[in-house]
Design a binder for this molecule. Structure first.
Ligand code: NAP
Length: 352
């Protein structure tokens, strides 16, 4: 028998994912069911969400269903809230614990962040320190963990320079800060909007910000590194169209980290890397659920979430929240993110 807090409601507000569709996969409802706690899996908890942050994958999942989720369901993965019910096998959490983290990509069993009550699995949740807010904690999900996944695989200390295309995005703005915290000697990044360039320079003190829409990034990176190119690139844009250019900013023998699963050994891009003797490193959270690395998820996810919270407490990491909105506004916000108009850093939904 699962442990449950008294007086749980039966229905809730939710942006339900009702069809796999590019134009309108969602329906807003005030009467979505809340899972019966007896249906929680052994490793699952029910969270009353206080804050949720949005990611591009929230709408991408709805348009492709690459996790084979059974519909209707709810997308959204980053949550911070309090536990109101726990599954039979859960030992480390109890009712009323405040937790944050991210949800399973397959949200069939009551998961998904874009609702008031979400099912989470304990391997990707940790207790929230009192000192950090739910809104900040909610940002430390997919984007932060992805930033860490790429940068934990490179040796920043013994490098002279790192280029992080996409510094204005959720993943990118965390990546530039992590590189700084880890002691990078020169961080170069890119963005295209005046506001984003200003925030990177003034708020995050990054001197070298390239406008990728107006400048030639290969030439600019060379200029900024005495004609050498950088030791490391972490391409956080997920844009195939920019890969060839960002690869050419790495010096011979350097490292190119890419945020996606990468094409075949015979691809044009792989040839460019081989010719330049550049090491390829892959960062991709999907591989933990959809690939064969599930066993490594818990340790990596929990240590990473803990590190993020500690850095926020120490004032070293500053999530940038450009808008705090209501759950009712989630669909509009996802549309803006889809159009590349989601603003700098993160959008957070505050539910309580
Ligand atoms: N596989 C995974 O595990 C995983 C995990 C997390 C994210 N992702 C994917 O990674 C991408 C980034 O995520 P995010 O949360 O950071 O998204 P985001 O917040 O929407 O940021 C997108 C970034 O891409 C930049 N950008 C757009 N067009 C560009 C171009 N032509 N050249 C260079 N930069 C460009 C934007 O810069 P400006 O707006 O300043 O132009 C912005 O910084 C998304 O596609 C997301 O789905 C994948």
């Amino acid at each position: 028998m699962a442990f449950v807090r008294n007086n749980l409601p039966r229905v809730q507000l939710a942006l339900r994912w009702v069809r796999v569709n590019d134009i309108n996969p969602f329906e807003w409802t005030t009467s979505a069911p809340i899972i019966d706690p007896s249906e929680l899996g052994d490793n699952q908890v029910l969270i009353k969400n206080h804050a949720v942050s949005l990611n591009p994958v929230d709408y991408k999942m709805a348009t492709t269903n690459f996790s084979n989720t059974k519909l209707p369901a709810v997308t959204g993965y980053d949550v911070s809230g309090e536990i109101v019910a726990i599954g039979n096998g859960v030992k480390d959490f109890k009712i009323n614990d405040e937790v944050f983290g991210f949800l399973n990509l397959n949200t069939s069993n009551g998961g998904g962040a874009l609702q008031q009550y979400s099912v989470g699995e304990i391997e990707t949740l940790i207790k929230k320190p009192k000192e950090i807010s739910h809104t900040d904690a909610a940002t430390l999900g997919v984007a932060f963990v992805t930033a860490m996944d790429g940068l934990r695989q490179v040796d920043i200390n013994s490098s002279k320079s790192i280029f992080i295309p996409g510094g204005s995005g959720g993943v990118g703005h965390f990546s530039v800060q992590i590189a700084q915290i880890r002691g990078a000697k020169q961080v170069i990044t890119s963005a295209s909007k005046d506001e984003g360039i200003k925030i990177l320079k003034e708020h995050y003190k990054i001197k070298d910000v390239i406008n990728h829409a107006k400048e030639n990034i290969i030439d600019r990176v060379k200029e900024l590194t005495n004609g050498e190119g950088v030791d490391i690139v972490y391409d956080t844009t997920y844009l195939e169209s920019s890969f060839e250019k960002t690869m050419k900013t790495v010096k011979e023998g350097g490292t190119w980290v890419v945020l996606r699963r990468f094409g075949s050994d015979t691809s044009k891009e792989r040839k460019i890397l081989d010719e330049r003797k550049v090491k390829l490193v892959l960062a991709d959270l999907g591989r933990y659920w959809l690939g064969n690395e599930r066993a490594q998820l818990e340790k990596f996810a929990q240590n990473t979430l803990l590190q993020g919270a500690k850095w926020i407490e120490e004032g070293k990491l500053k999530p940038y929240i450009n808008q705090i909105i209501k759950l009712e506004e989630a669909q509009n916000a996802l549309e803006l993110i889809k159009q590349g108009k989601g603003g700098f850093g993160k959008i957070v939904i505050k539910l309580l």
